[in-house]
Design a binder for this molecule. Structure first.
Ligand code: GLU
Length: 330
């Protein structure tokens, strides 16, 4: 199953647009096999299509930052041979490539969403939010925000602000009319509005949440294909709605099935034996680690013998592309 998904993914290519993909880790820890595999697939996809591979650091959750992790991530990619074409250290025309350096941009776009009626100030306290959740659980309903502040008029908002009340900004969720088309999973029916309340897009501290910053940056950085772990599939409907609210064309999405432990549990950043550091300290060469990652459902064509031999990155990219430049994804 795993390799079936991956095989389908590698069969994709793009003939008419300049492919731009990104690896967008949060610097909350050091890179492990799961992250490396996402980076590898993005890198190969870019190389197979004469496109660009971008590294973007998503550090909007300031509480979870690990000092030094962002720089280490980029050095680790370089060590693996997966050097990005644009990144915080290398820079490029679409920078800065670290989200905490792009706060002004997110602010401008939030103002636009509020003006166009797609977002609103929410003054609900933590205490109220907790209460709403608990009540829902007690009634056997989905614990979610009840969208109460949607109803506030602009004069009510002004009044609250004048009283010194702080707010976050929420995005008005609506139904997505058509299913999402994922390049790996096919049609995905996920109507976010049925499962959650309006999501926060800008926190009280003035930092955007992942959803907002991710969409704005993918758009502004000209990302054509978003290849990321399948844990983000549940968020993609929200992202598509944000693209619509801005009047932007969304990129194509491909969600990659997760690598799991042998017992099916999720890999965790706390597991030492899946960290790149661990393999490096044990004397593994980058080529061997890449060989291992390709074996985990890489779906390479039978013309390339990845079971028995190690292959260079250009060979792997060539194998990915030689199979199928067939599908027009524009
Ligand atoms: N910052 C997210 C992560 O750490 C990125 C998800 C995405 O690629 O959209 O996985």
């Amino acid at each position: 199953m795993f390799s079936k998904f991956s095989r389908r993914f590698f069969h994709l290519s793009c003939r008419t647009r300049n492919v731009r993909v990104r690896f967008a880790p949060s610097p909350t820890g050091y890179i492990h096999l799961g992250g490396l595999r996402t980076a590898l697939y993005n890198f190969l996809f870019a190389k197979a299509n004469n496109g660009q591979f971008i590294l973007r650091i998503e550090d909007t959750d300031q509480k979870r930052l690990v000092p030094g992790a962002a720089n280490q991530l980029e050095m680790d990619l370089d060590w693996m041979g997966l050097s990005p074409d644009e990144s915080p250290m290398k820079n490029g025309t679409f920078g800065p490539y670290t989200q905490s350096e792009r706060l002004c941009l997110y602010n401008q776009f939030v103002v636009e969403l509020i003006k166009s009626g797609h977002a609103y100030h929410c003054f609900c306290s933590e205490r109220r939010l907790e209460f709403v959740k608990k009540e829902a659980i007690r009634e056997g309903a989905i614990p979610r925000y009840d969208n109460r502040c949607r109803q506030l008029s602009s004069s009510q908002v002004e009044e609250k602000k004048q009283h010194g009340m702080t707010s976050c900004i929420r995005f008005k969720l609506s139904s997505l009319e058509e299913p999402l088309q994922d390049l790996v999973y096919g049609d995905v029916d996920r109507n976010a509005v049925l499962h959650e309340g309006d999501p926060v897009i800008m926190k009280q501290d003035g930092y955007p949440t992942y959803h907002l910053a991710n969409v704005i940056d993918d758009h502004l950085m000209g990302i054509t294909h978003v290849l990321r772990g399948t844990e983000w599939l549940v968020s993609t409907a929200k992202h598509v709605l944000l693209y619509k609210a801005f009047g932007w064309h969304p990129p194509r999405f491909a969600h990659l099935p997760l690598i799991t432990n042998a017992d099916g549990t999720k890999l965790s950043k706390r597991q030492d034996d899946i960290r790149l550091d661990y393999f490096r300290s044990q004397g593994f060469y980058p080529e061997a680690i890449i060989g291992l990652l390709c074996l985990v459902g890489g779906g390479f064509s039978s013309s390339i013998d990845i079971q028995q031999n190690l292959h260079s990155l250009p060979e792997l990219a060539k194998s990915a592309v030689s199979q199928h430049i067939q599908e027009d994804l524009t």
